[in-house]
Design a protein around this ligand. Structure first.
Ligand SMILES: CC(C)(COP(=O)(O)OP(=O)(O)OC[C@H]1O[C@@H](n2cnc3c(N)ncnc32)[C@H](O)[C@@H]1OP(=O)(O)O)[C@@H](O)C(=O)NCCC(=O)NCCS
Length: 237
């Protein structure tokens, strides 16, 4: 079911094992009716621009919880890029790779700060299973490109005007692997003639926030993320 405000996300619903809906259009008069009509269990995600105070207040009156603030970072890819980009490695991105369960679990745990791990209504370590599934899906999806550096990886999608980093996970921190992976995605974007590299991260993720600033990204927009739970959402173990 999708309505004027809420749009069902099929892939995410499959991963979550419940209805996953995004608030795509802000229509306060229609939203309560659409929420009431949702099947149970369902989870609604609403991302509201940081400066829009009143919609956030109205969502919380409807039972949404504010989970976190996310920042969208942009890097300008026009120009030549850093002279040392060759150090980042060469070669074309991979399209699909399947990880063993142990490695997948290490990456899932490494991505420990997310709107799912921060949501107190998701039971126990349900977020870990969700992350395993999101990462597994991204790595196996032919549509999403990826570079590896040892066991660490970056996944990204190409859009008409930008490269979007879907996931970045480094298992041996502060040895330059994250920088090398971002440099490879940036170089690929430049080679494709795309002007921007974009990534979204939780502001609670201190390491990632500092990392992206350090790489030359600039925060371009802030969003508050709200969740509404209908019933008990818990993916099967
Ligand atoms: C964020 C992440 C990708 C950085 O990878 P990395 O290989 O450690 O980064 P690099 O070694 O290339 O760069 C290190 C720089 O990043 C920043 N940084 C990395 N970890 C940091 C931390 N824990 N606290 C503050 N700054 C940190 C610093 O600017 C650091 O430079 P410095 O060592 O000179 O202070 C890695 O910490 C990670 O995988 N985190 C968990 C997954 C995640 O949050 N991914 C991003 C989601 S969008």
């Amino acid at each position: 079911m999708s309505g004027d405000c809420l749009v069902r996300q099929e892939t995410d619903s499959g991963i979550l094992g419940a209805g996953f809906y995004r608030l795509e259009r802000w229509a306060p008069e229609a939203l309560p009716g659409e929420m009431a009509a949702l099947p149970s269990p369902s989870l609604i995600e609403a991302r509201v621009k940081g400066e829009l105070i009143e919609p956030g207040r109205q969502l919380m009156r409807l039972g949404f919880m504010k989970i976190c603030c996310q920042a969208n970072f942009l890097m300008d890819l026009t120009g030549d890029g850093p002279a040392d980009a060759d150090a980042a490695g060469t070669g074309e991105p991979e399209t699909a790779r399947r990880l063993g369960r142990d490695l997948l679990t290490r990456h899932a745990a490494n991505l420990s700060v997310s709107q799912f791990s921060l949501d107190p209504l998701l039971p126990g370590d349900c977020w870990l299973e969700l992350h395993r599934r999101f990462i597994g899906h991204a790595l196996e999806s032919e549509r999403i490109l990826k570079f590896f550096c040892g066991d660490s990886f970056i996944c990204f999608s190409l859009f008409p005007d930008r490269v979007f980093i879907e996931q970045l996970s480094v298992l041996t921190p502060r040895q330059g692997h994250g920088s090398a992976l971002v440099a490879r995605a940036a170089r690929w974007g430049r080679a494709m003639g795309l002007p921007l590299l974009e990534v979204c991260t939780e502001c609670d993720n201190e390491a990632a926030f500092h990392f992206y600033l350090n790489q030359g990204f600039r925060p371009a927009a802030f969003f508050n993320v709200f969740h509404f739970h209908k019933g008990r959402v818990a993916p099967p173990a």
